[in-house]
Structures are given as C-alpha cells and as structure tokens.
Design a protein around this ligand. Structure first.
Ligand SMILES: Nc1ncnc2c1ncn2[C@@H]1O[C@H](COP(=O)(O)OP(=O)(O)OP(=O)(O)O)[C@@H](O)[C@H]1O
Length: 231
C-alpha cells in the first residue's frame, strides 16, 4: 500500500535517514520500532510531507507521494496522529474534530457518527475544551480527529506515551477494531514491546536512521530485541 525506496533525509548537514527501503502492507498493522532518536518520527514526517527528503521514492496506492504537498497527502486518505497528540487545548472537543472536515473528499461538514460510537467519551465531552481532557481522552480525541478524514491508512506516533496502563490496553483494542471493522491499514510507532506484539502484525526496526530488520511480528526475537530495543 505504501512503499518507501532509498529514502534519505537530512536536518541541515546531519544525515538522519539512510537509504531506507520499507513496505507497508494493506490491511496490516506495522510497528516501526527502535530506541529514542533513531529516526522514527522523522520517517513519519517525511511520509506526511512535513519534512523535506533529500532523495528516494514514496508511493501510496500507486501515487508518487514525494511530489505532493502535505495537505494533498492527507486528502489521499492518510490520517496522522502525531507524537504528543497536538490537540488544540483552547478549542472544544467538537471544534478539534471539525478541523479535519474541510479536507474530506466528499466535502461533508458532519463529524462521522462512528467516531462518537468508537469514543463515547468524546460525545459526552463534546463542549469541553481539549485542554480539560485527561491524557487518555486527549489521545482518543487525536485519533478521532485523524479519523474525521476517513483515512485508509492511519499513522500513529507513540499513542501510548504517558498514558495509564488500562487506557493503553483500550487504545490497543481500538486500533484492532479500526482494522477489523473499517479495514484500515496502520503504521504504529511504538517503543513498548508488549503493546507492539499484541497489536502489530509486522515490525520494522530502525537503528541510527537505518533499517535493520523487518518481517512478521513473530520473527521479532530476543536477539533483535536485545540488539536494537533494550536500553
Ligand atoms: N528538527 C530537528 N532538527 C535537527 N535534528 C533533529 C530534528 N528533529 C529530530 N532531530 C534529530 O534526528 C534524529 C532522529 O530523531 P527522531 O525524533 O526522528 O527520532 P525518534 O526515533 O522518533 O525518537 P523518539 O523515540 O525519541 O521520538 C535524532 O538524532 C534527533 O536529535
């Protein structure tokens, strides 16, 4: 569904992503993993068009992504839940959700009903400010906001960071439901190994900007964990 070939990215003189080749298969959840600072968020920024790339190809359902500005990429059906959630604290829950509506392909001005079915707390707190929500509720709002666009691919950057364990479990269930009920493909940046193993179908392991291994989650063995994940 999304194919990345020979991707190189620099921050100024600093070469951050090196000749990355990664494929993301339709209908699967691929966990992008690796220690802090290896380039996971940078890779997501490149996919979304928020960071310029130096060279390489990115194709999404046959479209050449690298040539499209960020707003067109979202319109192709790529939803993005950034690290740290980045909801608007002074806007209400409803206003946060409405932000994505103008980019919908069908021009609908209605927040899709299934978002409130998936996250009942967002309906209960519809008129409250985003900043008044708990961390877990804000994460649900950030996911809901990305879903407003009706994406076929959803990218989540560390959705469990700083969230209570019971809510982490719930977020895992929601991701699987999005895949089973809506047929979404998911890219999940994740550092928590048990969560990645529970939710992911495949993994891609980065180290210092390079891809070190990828494959079915069952192949993420102890040797790889020790070498590239344990701190
Ligand atoms: N805006 C920036 N300017 C310069 N260097 C940056 C910038 N953003 C990130 N970097 C550097 O690029 C490298 C990759 O960072 P990135 O945030 O992509 O890693 P990560 O794997 O997502 O880390 P984390 O798990 O901590 O979020 C790091 O060395 C980081 O210091």
């Amino acid at each position: 569904m999304l194919q990345i070939e020979s991707l190189n990215q620099f921050y100024g003189e600093s070469h951050t992503l090196w000749d990355l080749d990664i494929g993301f298969a339709e209908g699967e959840c691929t966990c992008v993993m690796g220690r802090n600072g290896v380039g996971k968020t940078t890779l997501m920024g490149c996919i979304m068009g928020l960071l310029p790339i130096r060279s390489g190809r990115m194709t999404f359902q046959g479209e050449d992504l690298a040539r499209l500005p960020a707003e067109r990429r979202a319109g192709l059906g790529i939803g993005y839940v950034p690290q740290g959630r980045q909801i608007f604290p002074l806007l209400t829950v409803e206003e946060n959700l409405r932000i994505g509506l103008p980019a919908r392909r069908d021009r609908s001005r209605q927040i899709p009903r299934f978002i409130f079915e998936l996250f009942p707390v967002l309906e209960q707190m519809r008129g409250r400010r985003g900043g008044d929500l708990s961390g877990g509720q804000q994460q649900q709002l950030a996911i809901g906001r990305a879903l407003v666009l009706d994406p076929t691919l959803l990218i989540l950057d560390e959705p469990t960071e700083g969230i209570q364990p019971n809510i982490v479990h719930e977020i895992g269930d929601i991701i699987r439901r999005l895949m089973d009920d809506l047929g979404l493909t998911v890219i999940l940046v994740e550092q928590k190994l048990p969560f990645a193993r529970r939710v992911g179908d495949r993994f891609a392991l980065l180290d210092r900007g390079r891809l070190k291994a990828q494959g079915p989650m069952a192949d993420l063995g102890e040797d790889l964990v020790r070498e590239y994940l344990t701190v």
